[in-house]
Design a protein around this ligand. Sequence first.
Ligand code: ATP
Length: 583
Amino acid sequence: MTTVEPSTAPAQRDRLLRRTLRDPVAVVCLAVLGLVIAGSLAAPLLTSHDPARSVLADTLAPMSGSHPLGGDGVGRDVLARLLYGGRTSLVGGTIAVLVAFAVGAPLGLVSGFYRGWFDAVAGWIVNIIMAVPAIIVMLVVMAAVSQDLNVAMIVLGVIMAPMVFRLIRASVLAVREELYVDAARVAGLGDARIMRRHILPVVIAPSVIQATQVFALAIGIQAGLAFLGLGKASQPSWGAMLNDAFTNVYNEPMLLVWPGLAMGLTILSSSLLGNAVRDALGVAEPVVAKRRRHRAKAAGAPVADLPADRLLTVSGLCVAYGEKTVVDGVDLIVARGEVLGLVGESGSGKSQTAFSVLGLLPDQAEVTADQLSFDGKDLLGLDLADLNALRGRGIGYIPQEPMSNLDPCFRIGFQLAEPMRKHLRLSRTEARTKALELLARVGIADPERVFRSYPHQISGGMAQRVLIAGAVSCDPRLLIADEPTTALDVTVQAEVLDLMRSLQRERGMGMILVTHDFGVVADICDRVAVMQRGRIVEAAPAARIFAGPAHEYTRMLLDSTLEGGPARGPLVTPAEPVKEVTS
Ligand SMILES: Nc1ncnc2c1ncn2[C@@H]1O[C@H](COP(=O)(O)OP(=O)(O)OP(=O)(O)O)[C@@H](O)[C@H]1O
């Protein structure tokens, strides 16, 4: 097995920066924020005026060489107040973010991870803080403790900590139930290690967006307080500038423009930058790209040498999570129009293999392969954009849980039409027509109604038909179906399998059917690869497997299916592969 060096934190940061900088919106936002930060840091160099000093003669002074943006209502230089006011806003926003995360993040992590009495007490305290009217508390603190706007920002940070707490707690709760976290526990990893490896990476992306929101909100609230006249007179701020500008709005309307513009641009840029960073974090690190880069250095078999009918070639595929190898040197081939059953007990690595082909594994997965090619294209050389174009168009995917794979917020029609508009460049009307045809094709009696429905308004069987329609909508050459019938009623299972088989024949698609059920294999598969503990132990035409399985593990799986008996425990056999005999 070829191994990939675990990526270092600086390398991850570099990758994140590079990905963020690929987004033009992020670049503009960074430029605006950079200007605001540079302007406020360089304020003493850019202006010689004291932002708090009034000169009667400069009251509402027009723009001039000595006052590039003029004077305000009490004769202070507007440019100086704008630049120094930026400092107040940026420092205030940063204080609020730091306090909110310093209080909310550890509490959220511990509460979500350990639950129990700590979670109950923390939840109770958080509810109390959230019930307190924030603005009144800040007014009281400013009146009783200090007029400094930074003190108000500390209070604001504490008041916003519950938002951070709830977000982080919810993220931790979502991930702590995952099987792989249980596996890490069972493997004897300590809590700190599990948190660092499995929990923190999940929490970072939502935290980034939350931090930018808290920052933007804090700047707005700070300006609001200053607008109300709070804060020290010696502390210039954009809010105080707005206050002065309103007093003189009829005489000098431009006074409103500068602080308004500075505030608007800063708040907008930090929010949009948060979205861009979140997107960059959310785009799965090119697990596949990792693998590709790795492979690019190695001499893989030239894709051009593959037989013309070969659709997918997987050779020497390995997937590891830290010390744990979950796919260990898997070789698979799928010919055009062929249905390959990938069979094995739960946890044998079937889904991980399928997700490797789709490039859908999480960041933590270390993936390597001697070869991974699809339809004559070396998947190892594709960048993320090409891979995205390939998913849907080249490779379709049918998941196990139909309901959780449909977004409850959008109508079925929208969810079906959107990929077609993107991949096939169809107009809204064309995509609608095609979606309705597809719904009819997958056996939905009233396509119009289902098209207009939300996911909760249809049954599980219908939802799976919708997902099948979606998977074939962009005419993929390979369909990967991960236990597509497991979540369905027995009576619906056979219909869905029939549907998949007829669609596959009619469109000549290759298919990988991930299943643990030999009954399903018998129904639909041409060839079978049997997986045990991350390895293919036997691969052969389906008829040959049914006639006489060569590997003991295959025999055991087959027996348990045919007997219809209770599931047996895992069979401990040497995972020695039985080589495929090509027919
Ligand atoms: N993110 C992860 N981190 C660590 N281990 C993981 C992760 N995801 C999956 N695994 C582990 O990889 C192994 C293979 O999982 P996989 O989902 O491929 O099994 P499967 O054969 O498809 O089983 P099932 O039929 O139950 O889905 C399992 O032991 C699983 O716990």
